[in-house]
Design a protein around this ligand. Sequence first.
Ligand code: FAD
Ligand code: DLZ
Ligand code: SF4
Length: 508
Amino acid sequence: MTALRLVLGDQLSLDLSALADLDATGDAVLMMEVVEECRYVAHHKQKIVLVLAAMRHFAADLRRRGARVDYVRLDDPGNTGSFTGEVQRAVARHQPERIVMTEPGEWRVQAMVESWRDWFGRPVEIRDDGRFFASRGRFAGWARGRRTWRMEHFYREMRREHALLMDGNQPAGGRWNYDAANRRRLPKQAVVPARRRFTPDAITNDVIALVSTRFPNHFGALDHFDWPVTRAQAFEALEDFLANALPRFGDYQDAMKVGAPYLYHSLLAPALNLGLISPREVCLAAETAWRAGRAPLNAVEGFVRQILGWREYVRGVYWALMPHYADANALAASRPLPGYYWTGETDMRCLREAIRSTHEHAYSHHIQRLMVTGNFALLAGVAPQEIERWYLAVYADAVEWVEMPNTLGMAVFADGGRMASKPYAASGAYIDRMSDFCADCAYDVTRKTGPRACPFNYLYWAFLIRNEAHLQANPRMVMPYRALAKWSSERKHSCLDEAATFLDQFLA
Ligand code: FAD
Ligand code: DLZ
Ligand code: SF4
């Protein structure tokens, strides 16, 4: 046998570089379900089902196309439980001349793979992952020599380079950015569209049974798994999004509503991150919808910005700054993660809602992640690594290269401004403006102090006071620090006391 070709759980793409020159008769494709990948954080049960079910469907597809797939199941006798152990067993089985793979998505696995050359005594060829708009090298080239990195600058280069939403040399519609039009509150009477979801087939049901037995104590409900697990289903999900949600995606991108976790979001991140559908396919489909008059430009630009801009940018940041990035803690935050991030048992309705949909669907949308659970962790001073591991565990789309910069850089400002120009800190007023959560909350969003005051209010000011030395000079923080400058030191102390009392009571 000539080559052993590896396909990892987030590499489920027929055009994967590791498969580019596959010799269907001579080579073997190795896919491995391993317990180490299921446990390195205690992933939401739906995420494990998603990955393993998508792997099994992908293997069946490869076989139909004539490939020799050596597929190791989680409960196969002899399964060693780790990538290294399984590659070692496969090398003994197949005696390949070389091992071929696509660069892994995670630094931890990259380090593991780099040790294989010595370990297996044969060449290990690690190829670039061509499924992104920008290679790791392309981002490094862009970042080199720049003092500050900003997504907006990178995004504009990507728009030009990939001719997406461009009219010649100019941005389509004359503007690069429609964010200002994309912050509308959802009207009370708005009817949110039902979304195309997917009933598990026999293959997925087998995996559901396996995960219920093997990982009963992992977070999350498993009684209504409905994520797309094949490329065909990912395209159905894309079509559903284009027809039913994209036209409103821009307007209500930041809105939140009780009982409506999906609103107008695409729900495509899990399929994108596993490789079932490519970012290029998704962006081109959105652009085509705009050119055909089926969606407005503010929606389509806002959507393309998330994928061509944010998604590529955070991947670049991750690979440029790992492994040190993982330890970032610029604000020296050290509180433990509150237990109610796992149970949802809190009187703060905004948090309860976000955690409920996280538990039920392995999903909450970006603003719930950034401005509710993330904002609270930032204001409360939760240790960055604790909240980072939580985000990695609880979402169907969670993969470290995208999750970590979003958490450390955007949500809790642990990287001191590498990713974002200011902390996304906000009081209850922001949540009230963008949602209907506050109307029926045990706390009163209009009160600043006292037992019924919305905790986000005093936690916000206490955060600013605590971090004055770090943040006061930030030009984007001038306004709140100007307001704080008018506070007496007595008022500041009382605010800090109220915040500490709340946190000590509820974080215990
Ligand atoms: P939509 O709102 O429909 O957006 C379209 C697509 O754009 C998404 O599918 C995603 O691929 C991309 N995208 C949107 N926002 C971002 C962003 N900030 N960074 C990178 N890509 C983005 N996304 C993940 O894919 N995996 C994660 O583990 C993850 N962790 C996050 C943790 C925190 C603290 C925050 C604030 C954000 C995180 N995100 C993560 C980004 C974003 O919240 C999700 O991509 C999005 O909510 C997924 O839902 P959707 O597919 O409906 O997205
Ligand atoms: C997330 C995940 C899980 C839960 N299980 C597996 C698995 O059993 N086999 C596999 O190949 N991949 C799995 N994955 C995805 C990997 O964690 C991912 O491929 C690496 O972290 C590299 O990005
Ligand atoms: Fe959240 Fe405060 Fe609104 Fe309650 S009042 S939902 S705690 S922002």
